[in-house]
Design a protein around this ligand. Sequence first.
Ligand SMILES: Cc1cc2nc3c(=O)[nH]c(=O)nc-3n(C[C@H](O)[C@H](O)[C@H](O)COP(=O)(O)OP(=O)(O)OC[C@H]3O[C@@H](n4cnc5c(N)ncnc54)[C@H](O)[C@@H]3O)c2cc1C
Length: 616
Amino acid sequence: MSLRPTVDFLLNDWLGVESLNQRERFADHSRETFDAVLDTCERIAREKYAPFNRTVDTQEPHFDGERVVLPQATHDAQKAYAESGMLSAAQDYAIGGMQLPYTVEAAANAFFAMASVSIGSGMLTVGNANLLMAHGTETQKRVFALNEFSGRWSGTMCLSEPQAGSSLSDVATRAVPDGDDFMSDPLGPRFRLKGNKMWISAGEHELTENIIHLVLAKIPGPDGKLPPGVKGISLFIVPKKLVDADAKLTGERNDVALAGLNHKCGWRGTTNTLLNFGEGKFPARADGASGLDGRGAGAIGYLVGQPGEGLRCMFHMMNEARIGVGMAATMLGMAGYHASLDYAKNRPQGRPVGPEGKDPSRPQSRIIEHADVKRMLLAQKSYCEGALALELYCARLVDEQHTGAPEAADEARLLLEVLTPIAKSWPSEWCLEANSLAIQVHGGYGYTRDFPVEQYWRDNRLNMIHEGTHGIQAMDLLGRKVLMENGRGLQLLAQRINGTIERAMHVPDLAVHGNALGQALAQVGAATKAAWATGQPAEALANAVPYLQAFGHTVLAWIWLDVALAAHAAPDGPARTGRLGAMRFFFHYELPKIGAWLGVVSRRDATCAALPEEAF
Ligand SMILES: Cc1cc2nc3c(=O)[nH]c(=O)nc-3n(C[C@H](O)[C@H](O)[C@H](O)COP(=O)(O)OP(=O)(O)OC[C@H]3O[C@@H](n4cnc5c(N)ncnc54)[C@H](O)[C@@H]3O)c2cc1C
């Protein structure tokens, strides 16, 4: 079974992505060029990623005392990805890019995520380089970003610390100016950093010549104390190996040391590290005049943007990072769906129940013939294909924000504000549930390592944790996003949903679902008001996760109804029947769940918040 027909349908029949080539930036593109990119990525994923997914799970990265060792397959996959040009796909022609719409880039990356989510860490490198393109100086772009886009160097995001995960305002890494001439370094204002960064993905390896860390740290005030809150956070480029303004390695090692590798539940193809910055393991330019202890100690880092603007710079590219996480979760779910569908078509077990019970003389049925197995397959299909549609819709909004007319671009920006927590969180929860169902379809075999589905579940379990946990995303949605700009984002989303409902009302088969969606939207609106009725954040946000779940299910029902409108207009056939069936499943089995979730939100139910600690 191939993913490609689903991707083609969503991109072309549903989103009409080809129309983007009417924009100046994408004028050289056509359906053919988009297809060529998808063909190439599909092929590389099939040849260089998929066959090694189990290898990277069983041959975990290890440290031999000097280097981190990864399987050869990881090196080969990384090389093939860089050579495909995908690292710079969205960039200008002038710097070697393809000026590819983000929608097509996201769709192309879906093939890699499905084949082996952890073998490549291109998403981090691209995110790092994109940030520098937005906030770096011309020299920082030329030296660091361009060498990341080419695949010569790779990038990381160093936000978390052992004591500061969700609460980044507690970041304790310090950065002090490096010498009297610190402002005159061609690579940017030069600082010395000291601190520990926890959970850093791809923080150490030998896959590329250099690793460019983007590090959040605080610059102490005149009293020597770190400024409180997120406003005191600045952003620094800290290369593992020092480079000059011509992007040549100087031969000096920077003081970034691997303190240890984390041994993860899944996603084992990518290293995960605890890094020590400036602890003195690799003293950098130790004869320097200043630094944290006045003797040149500390890792050398170059300020990006203005002091105190570090988190703002990071958030600039959060939308795309979160769509990337949502897409990874979706494709892991999809991988499990395809595996369990294949298994269900081949596994004989049990017999159909007739009016007289079961007839043991008859041959066994294949499990796909049992209604309950079909339920599990349809649930997976509705979660994963629905989530894929949502991610591509959000990616299309990113293109609109960057290349649309001013009013449309602004609408896209605001819609993305509201939809991004859903794009990140919904697949993290429900495509993980799809992975659990894929194991269930396999029965006992699914619980063994002889089948791939347990690995998909383990790999996917990360996605509710990183890039903002589920709880943090929920508070962002109910505490900030639906309120911002006087609720304009929520109103805009409601307008789009109502537009779909209106079209569905003209199609007799879909009108009933249009009505159900209208009611769900009204319930979400009423619960949003009720949650905030007392104006007390502690009361409103106590049930932020059930709100996120109900909001997410309503968004997915909308996406499914919109997809169903396109499917309905398509020629009859199994794909059309399947899409309409998955939409119906979602409306019949899933959407009604929002009543329970919104009930506790609307009542500002204090069952959890009020229970004293001793009572647990
Ligand atoms: C495999 C992996 C890769 C990662 N990669 C990176 C990376 O490359 N770079 C990077 O910087 N970080 C990375 N992270 C870190 C990740 O972003 C953090 O783990 C995450 O932000 C949560 O922080 P924490 O682990 O400290 O948990 P905590 O913040 O301690 O949270 C624990 C629990 O408490 C809840 N909680 C916390 N605060 C609140 C609150 N105010 N209200 C309600 N609930 C709350 C959380 O939702 C969570 O359920 C990675 C993590 C993992 C596991």
